[in-house]
Design a protein around this ligand. Structure first.
Ligand code: HEM
Length: 255
């Protein structure tokens, strides 16, 4: 188990090749049988990954055409839905206004919203133990020799929840991604998509969707909990792989 930012970075980035194998998951063995980009290895994985990245790029991942499709999708959502945070509302009204849709160019002028989104992804901690890797050959790592094929868990939780970078990591605080002037502050510890050669291929698409959909919802609605938000139980449902919230109720009020 790779625990802490230094160990995860040293393995997945500095020794990226050796740690680029995919480890075994019993469920995946049964379902994927070694096929598909997520669970394959070696030449098959290299080709699938190259194909997936090229296809996503051709499809326009992270580009204008996909931006327009996500805006359209968010529009439908908003049509159908017809206090997360005052500050996000304030930033949306100031930078975007009410008469046009949010677009990716707005993000750089919305440090608070950007910080909220980063903090949501940090706090949600979607894949706490990461997706298992495997070493592709006998590997020297720090004082250890790790035999070829050994399963490696990059514990993303140990980086996203590191108190040296995020004081009081168990608390939701967008300030974790803001400097003293309120500007957005990048962090090397922000690795919800993992790092290195196996990093999530959908990162660009996912980040675009989260920004456009969240800002479009908050541009049009106020979200309110029917009970005091302090009383919502935010401990995630027990799970080995993906951490998800318990069901909760939310009122969506037009602004
Ligand atoms: C918030 C949304 C998402 C999060 C937090 C997330 C996170 C992750 C993580 C942690 C991994 C494992 C990386 C590793 O092995 O170290 C991964 C792999 C992967 N993700 Fe995502 N992901 C997200 C959305 C997406 C989307 C939208 C797509 C598709 C467009 C996608 C496609 C993939 C694929 C294909 C892999 C396997 C890559 C490989 O094995 O080479 N993900 N993701």
């Amino acid at each position: 188990v790779l625990y802490g930012q230094e160990a995860v970075k040293e393995a997945l980035i500095d020794q990226g090749d050796e740690f680029s194998g995919r480890g075994k998951l019993a469920l995946a063995d049964k379902l994927a049988k070694g096929t598909g980009i997520i669970f394959s290895n070696g030449e098959r994985w290299k080709q699938l990954r190259r194909f997936a990245l090229t296809t996503l790029r051709n499809f326009g991942m992270g580009k204008k055409s996909v931006e327009e499709r996500i805006q359209e999708e968010a529009h439908f959502l908003v049509e159908r839905l017809r206090n997360t945070h005052e500050k996000v509302h304030e930033e949306i009204d100031r930078v975007i206004g009410r008469s046009r849709s949010p677009c990716m160019a707005d993000r750089s002028q919305m440090p608070y919203t950007d910080a909220v989104i980063h903090e949501i992804q940090r706090f949600v901690n979607l894949v706490p133990m990461g997706v298992p890797h495997a070493v592709t050959r006998d590997t020297h790592f720090r004082q250890y020799v790790i035999p070829k094929g050994t399963t490696i868990f990059p514990a993303l939780q140990s980086v996203l929840g590191d108190s040296r970078e995020f004081p009081k990591p168990e608390q939701f605080n967008p300030g974790h991604f803001l400097d003293e002037n309120g500007a957005f502050k990048k962090s090397d510890f922000f690795i919800p998509f993992s790092a290195g050669k196996r990093i999530c291929v959908g990162e660009g698409l996912a980040r675009m969707e989260i920004f456009l959909i969240l800002t479009m919802i908050l541009q049009n609605f106020t979200l309110k909990s029917p009970i005091d938000p302090k009383d919502i139980d935010i401990t995630p449902l027990p799970s080995v792989v993906v951490s998800s919230p318990k069901p909760f109720q939310l009122c969506v009020l037009p602004r």
